[in-house]
Ligand binder design. Structure first.
Ligand code: NAP
Ligand code: MG
Length: 470
């Protein structure tokens, strides 16, 4: 077994200050596959000091040279595609095919986009008699979740590096092995020591120490709203910048004129991907009452091809959930939905396998907007189908949660879909099945968060302005 007992700080692999470790468990087999150090405040402090020491040099590195390092990071990640995919499958449980295409593939695209942006971005602008300099914010603390373990890291580190910031990453305790591979890629890419540091550890110890560290200038967090709220409060108290990418309860709005079969099929795929552990998933499908039964039938038919099974099987489309706790949480929501009057049309709480933290892909029909399953983030392979009476009703339901991260609209006519999307309180909307764009800003309205990731908007988060008047 490969050694995982050190952390990447100041350009080298160092043992942790304390003796604690975290066991990494394969959610499909329930077997321990590795142990990583449980970093403490002392390790976080060492990493922040390394990042601080590296900051002036990296900030002064010309953008073209920063771009060259980002291009090298892109290549180092691309060269590790298979290792990344195997590792994500082992510690998260996502199907190998998805691990290759998305978990390993998307970070390469995002790193590539920031290699280009670093080279082309205007870090200086003219406004009237002023020259405005866009300067790096400083040392970034990045706290990331397990659901897209490499993407979430790269979506923070790549723009931070492009901006000229240095970073300390605290990855999720459930997926630290992917973060270690990322650190190896950073090293191979020739980033100067201390520019990127990775401290493994648990959230309440290492995460909290990073969020509260007085020498961190910006905290970028992705995860639950509960933790995000606390991090926002801590950052506010210290008057430091904060970016929060939190939960979602996105709506897939199928207007009466839509190609219903396609909208349902794509909608089901969207929810089942990554076992439903996607913050931007369209977990509420909204269908006009006249076409409701047809839609439920189509959803049941579509979900039949998503049987939860061995993620190493090339044909597998749904793996287990990341942890036993997550499975219990999701089953609890299914039970709650049924208790509140939803109708089970596919799946349910019964476990499909004796071993592994699986949940059977589930469809709940007759879900009404006030039900818990229509309001709270489930984070599992559970689709809720709701009915609406007219367009105003659909809009009220779509906007009727505390969240606003993503969504979809389907209509016979693109302009009809766009008109509806304009009225949605959410950060991203896919029109008639629009494709993922790694340059489009990603982030939330309302309690889905503060700030944006990806593309030039994501880069701007890591910059501050200085105006020179002439
Ligand atoms: P979480 O607890 O918010 O974890 C996200 C990150 O924050 C992890 O690195 C975590 O460390 C760390 N953390 C936890 N407590 C912290 C604290 N007090 N101070 C600083 N950092 C802290 O989320 P989770 O437990 O992984 O998942 C719970 C729920 O969050 C999910 O069911 C889902 O609803 C939501 N979620 C949303 C997203 C998203 O992309 N928006 C992603 C994942 C989860 P540990 O790993 O050690 O806990
Ligand atoms: Mg947690």
């Amino acid at each position: 077994m490969k050694a995982h007992d050190t952390m990447y700080i100041g350009g080298e692999w160092r043992p942790a200050a304390g003796p604690g470790t975290i066991a990494v468990v394969n959610p499909a087999t329930e077997q321990v596959i590795a142990e990583v150090p449980a970093g403490t405040a002392e390790d976080v402090d060492a990493a922040v000091r390394a990042a601080r020491a590296a900051f002036p040099g990296w900030a002064a590195t010309p953008p073209a040279a920063r771009a060259a390092r980002l291009a090298a990071l892109r290549d180092a990640l691309a060269a590790r595609t298979e290792e990344i995919a195997e590792t994500v499958t082992a510690e998260l449980g996502s199907p190998l095919k998805l691990s290759r295409a998305v978990h390993a593939g998307t970070p390469v695209r995002v790193a590539a986009s920031y290699a280009e942006l670093a080279a082309s971005y205007a870090f200086e602008e003219r406004i009237g008699n002023s020259t405005v300099l866009l300067e790096p914010v400083g040392v970034v603390g990045a706290i990331t979740p397990w659901n897209y373990p490499l993407h979430q890291i790269v979506a923070k580190v790549a723009p931070a590096l492009a901006a000229g910031c240095t970073v300390v990453v605290k990855p999720a305790e459930d997926t630290p092995l992917t973060a270690q591979i990322f650190a190896e890629a950073v090293h191979e890419a020739g980033l100067p020591p201390g520019v990127v540091n990775v401290v493994t550890g648990v959230g309440t110890v290492a995460g909290q120490a990073l969020a509260a560290h007085e020498d961190v200038d910006l905290v970028s967090f992705t995860g639950s709203t509960a933790v995000g709220r606390r991090i926002g409060a801590t950052a506010g108290g210290a008057v430091k910048r904060v970016a929060l990418e939190l939960g979602g309860k996105s709506a897939n709005v199928i207007l009466p004129s839509a190609d219903l079969a396609k909208a349902v099929k794509v909608g089901v795929a969207n929810v089942m991907t990554n076992s439903g552990q996607t913050c931007s998933a369209w977990t509420r499908m909204l269908v006009h009452t006249d076409r409701y039964d047809e839609a439920v039938e189509a959803a049941v038919a579509a979900v039949a091809s998503y049987r939860a099974g061995d993620p190493h099987d090339e044909l597998c489309r749904v793996g287990p959930l990341v942890s036993a706790a997550q499975r219990e949480r999701v089953r609890g929501y299914i039970e709650r939905g049924l208790a509140e009057g939803a109708r089970l049309v596919a799946g349910g709480t019964e476990t499909p396998h004796d071993t592994g933290w699986f949940v059977t892909p589930t469809v709940l029909a007759d879900v009404t907007p006030e039900m818990t399953v229509a309001q709270e983030e489930i984070f599992g392979p559970v689709l809720c189908v709701l009915r609406y009476e007219d367009e105003e009703d659909a809009l009220r339901i779509a906007n009727g949660t505390v969240y606003g991260l993503a969504g979809a609209v389907w209509a016979g006519d693109e302009s009809e879909a766009v008109a509806f999307a304009r009225r949605m309180e959410t950060g991203q909307v896919d029109i008639n099945g629009g494709r993922f764009n790694p340059l489009a800003p990603f982030g939330g309205y309302k309690q889905s968060g503060v700030g944006r990731e990806l593309g030039p908007h994501g880069l701007a988060e890591y910059l501050q302005t200085k105006s020179l008047q002439f």
